[in-house]
Design a protein around this ligand. Structure first.
Ligand SMILES: *[C@@H]1O[C@H](CO)[C@@H](O)[C@H](O)[C@H]1NC(C)=O
Ligand SMILES: *[C@@H]1O[C@H](CO)[C@@H](O)[C@H](O)[C@H]1NC(C)=O
Ligand SMILES: *[C@@H]1O[C@H](CO)[C@@H](O)[C@H](O)[C@H]1NC(C)=O
Length: 368
């Protein structure tokens, strides 16, 4: 599915004035989905997604996005960082009645007892955007939020605004994606590594599938455990990736299995140059985000023992290691920031001015 990519190209063409400056140099077909950090897709009203319908560009140049949970943090300057003009981001709730869009993070509205949601009625043209990076299993009380939102921003590919945890940009396209400047170029080195298999886990519950799987796998191979449930890693961002750099394999086991729910666990492994062993959605689902040989899926094997045997085999086989790592030389890894999400949302709110968008069946959709 390269829909996302094409739509991004199309939208950029439509709103090139506000885009990151993507050109229309369309590359040869690629065998898996390219996610340029953030891209837009599946706007609820399909008829409006057709190129023949003009998006509002110039008649409403000023757009105000209220980020409901921004609190004291400094809002980004969308023009300075992302070349998105006319967008103002604010965290000031007193501006609710002038905002063109209000972005709510599910986690915040569920937990914030003082101001769970803005007061209705809202301005008729105002968009409410639902942001959620948690998996359905860990998203509380979804059903209380039915029928109120206009747009979605999640890790799901069929969100209105797609925000994956990480994404690969082919190096040949780095001129096409200005975000590539902020991406990490991957190295394909297959140099020896002292460690074999590592796993970082903080949330340990015996009924989780990943714990069950681990208990089984450790009967056959040695696994080094880090985090709350093992060797404590130093505080601070890079420490997980630094540890992963010492290992050949990293267990990227998600806390629950849902469509497109592929988190930083996978991308940390990629960043650290280990071969990810994944447990999460299906292999096919992972292949929408990275090349098929870039990871080992637990479902690739009939038994846990066969998986263990394969890991032992790869460990001692330079050719298999190369097979799993050589794709890396052609890609860079990109992580979008919160600021970029805010500015993208603002851009979408501006594009959808004058249109009605309704998120139907939030719970059923998010679980599907
Ligand atoms: C877009 O969303 C609708 C439902 O909202 C769904 O039926 C459709 O399959 C989605 N299309 C794509 C390309 O994801
Ligand atoms: C936003 O969603 C609400 C609730 O579904 C709906 O009543 C309203 O018309 C929508 N507004 C816009 C501008 O899309
Ligand atoms: C929402 O989902 C429920 C249950 O799955 C279904 O009965 C209902 O028809 C759906 N509504 C819409 C508008 O799709």
């Amino acid at each position: 599915s390269s829909l996302c990519f094409w739509i991004l190209v199309w939208i950029s063409a439509r709103v090139s004035k506000y885009s990151f400056g993507l050109s229309l140099q369309i590359p040869s077909p690629l065998n898996f989905l390219l996610l340029p950090g953030i891209c837009l897709l599946n706007l609820s009203d399909a008829s409006n997604a057709e190129p023949s319908v003009p998006v509002s560009k110039d008649n409403n140049p000023k757009t105000l996005l209220l980020v409901w949970g921004l609190k004291g943090r400094k809002p980004p300057d969308c023009w300075e960082y992302f070349r998105i003009s006319g967008c103002t981001i604010t965290g000031d709730r007193r501006r609710y009645n002038e905002a063109d869009g209000v972005l709510m993070r599910h986690w915040d509205v569920v937990r914030d007892k003082e101001a769970p949601l803005p007061l209705e009625p809202r301005l008729p043209a105002q968009k409410w955007i639902w942001l959620n990076f948690e998996s359905p299993t860990f998203s509380l009380r979804l059903w209380e939020y039915e029928g109120i939102y206009n747009l979605t921003l999640t890790f799901r590919e069929d969100s209105d605004i797609l925000a994956p945890y990480g994404s690969l940009i082919p190096n040949v396209l780095s001129d096409t994606f200005p975000q590539a400047r902020f991406a990490h170029r991957l190295k394909s080195s297959s140099d020896p590594r002292p460690g074999f298999v590592a796993w970082v886990v903080s949330h340990w519950t015996d009924d989780l599938e990943r714990v069950h799987f681990y208990n089984h796998l450790k009967e056959y191979i040695k696994i080094d455990i880090f985090g709350g449930a093992g060797t404590i890693l130093p505080e601070g961002k890079g420490s997980v990736v630094k540890m992963i750099r010492q290992y050949r394999f990293y267990l990227a086991f998600e806390n629950s299995q849902h469509t497109d729910y592929i988190t930083e666990k996978l991308w940390n492994a990629v960043r650290g140059g280990a071969i990810p062993v994944v447990l999460g959605p299906s292999r096919k689902n992972y292949e929408r985000f990275l090349p098929p040989e870039a990871f080992i899926h637990v479902d690739d094997f009939n038994t846990v023992q066969e998986l263990a045997q394969y890991l032992l085999k790869v460990k001692d086989s330079p050719s298999l290691i190369t097979m799993h790592l050589s794709w890396r030389k052609d890609y860079s890894l990109y992580f979008a920031t919160w600021d970029e999400h805010y500015c993208t949302v603002c851009k979408v709110v501006r594009m959808r001015k004058g249109k009605i968008d309704v998120v139907k069946n939030l719970t059923a959709w998010f679980y599907s």
